[in-house]
Design a protein around this ligand. Sequence first.
Ligand SMILES: [Zn+2]
Length: 604
Amino acid sequence: MADQVIAQRWTDACLAQLAGGVGPDGRVLPGKGWVALRRLGWGAVAPVGVVVSDRVRRVAEEEAARALRLSTSRRLVVVALLSTWPRNPAQRTDQEWSTLRRSLPDGVDSATIRNRTRQITAWVTRCDRLPVDMCELEAAPGVARQVSLAAADRQLVRVQRVDDRMVRVWVQLPVCPLPGSYADWVWHALTVRVPATMPGTPTVCTPTLRPAVDGVRVDLPWRVDHIPSTLMGHTRAVGADWGVNTLLTGTFADSDGSGGSSLRAMGGPLRFDATGVSSKFVRLRRHREQLNTKIDHLTRLVQGRPAAAVPDPALLTKLMRLRTEHETVCARIRHLNRALAWSAARWLVDHATTADATVIYLEDLTTLEARSGSRSLNRRLSGAVRGQVSTAVHHLATKAGVAVVRVPARGTSSCCPRCGATVRHVKAPDRLVAGYRWTTCGCGLSADRDHAAAQRIAARGLANQTRTRRDPTTGGGIIRTAIDAPIHPHRPRRRKKTPGAAAPSRPRRDRRKNGPTRQQVRPATFRCSPLLPSRRQTPAPADSPQAVTGKRPAGRLPQETHPGLQVPTTIPTRPHRVRGALLGHGFHHLVHATPVPTAKRPNR
Ligand SMILES: [Zn+2]
């Protein structure tokens, strides 16, 4: 029935009418597909001799409406391409590109343009003329072999929750291929075992049935109620600061709930260090730039040939291969960005939930001052990663019931979290020359730069809870103007000495952080290795595996030094724990993160 509706309405005029979104009576077409088709008078009709209820017709109309609505967006692209069809479709000129871009709807990517152009080119080769419209260019789409029961109502389908792990779907189905009367339609009970990944008692929605080789598949959607997180009344928070190489540095902070008079920073810094990933980014971006240069060069060569000349097939093949490689590298950069962002967000939210923190304070990215002339940010982690981390933190924290509040970023690292005075940045606690990594202050503060900033962010959030507003774009909270409050490190209260008790045998350890941690003491000659070693490229030997993939860095191979040596691979065979933190494939050697404790932290 759905196929029949599509076949009847597979004309450019009908698609234009559906895309226009206005029915013949002048009213706007509703979102529900089957209602829209009935409004247009395109209802489905049962085959002769077959009796189906109105609800079954709705299901068929819904399928047809979805297929037709999908093709309306393809139609706009085809219309734009046909109206601006260039002389040489393989090579549009700049002017042809700009004309095409103007006539295309927003958000059409180059892959779609390329694929549709190829489709039309193939049609032109076959028929020796341009197609009139999309309906001539391609055949009517077939509908998916599925039954979207959501278009029907309780007279055709009912969903019953048996217990936590079981759902029963009651649905009226025919008992023979061609039901001749309503007596051939009977209620069937489909028992569905709920997968263990589904939470306990969510609302189960109407399913979609799909015939499979071994029976019927039931696509069972479910819904959990979203409870907006509270924005005020938090007593334990995580503050997180964006760093350059350390993507995120976090700290816990406690408030006694009296409005910011006594804020305490708890424990040491939490770090998510992505230096390894950023050098991988640098490598990929460099590769992308090299490919761009080659593509530009070859494009100039192709365009420089006289118009009448036969195109050089070798040149075109090479150009196509380079373009494919370029797309692959771009995709890898995108994937790496996304994997890094979600990994960092998961890490931060896990820390918050294990420590019973109810709110995460992040710097508002829109108020971050762009540091002009700083090449470090461009070279390392781009701002896009931060935006993705921010989105992912919002998503995961909402699921975990933790609020995310953005605080203004102004002055977080330039002022002291304890006294508010302007701080001095030095290279290291034992190298008091102007630098970047270490923060010192006249009041005695001596802390890692990002850790001090994270403390100030947490304090800013906790002290300004009454100014928190709901952010309509993210659903989280936002503090637009803030008054800073001092935050001091938490010092465990010393036990009172009872008279007569034996004196402690060892001197008490001084826990104040006045100097560098012992393990971090480095010889004065130590220099951080540059982001990427400067390597000469040499042609690989003809018989080596690198000969296939390209050049390798200069120097001897391990096999040349020790014949028969098995070189260890760095590709993990299973997700690794990095210092306790599970980071998945491919990240284990690139990210160093403070491990999330497996047990809950004791409530201090
Ligand atoms: Zn200070």
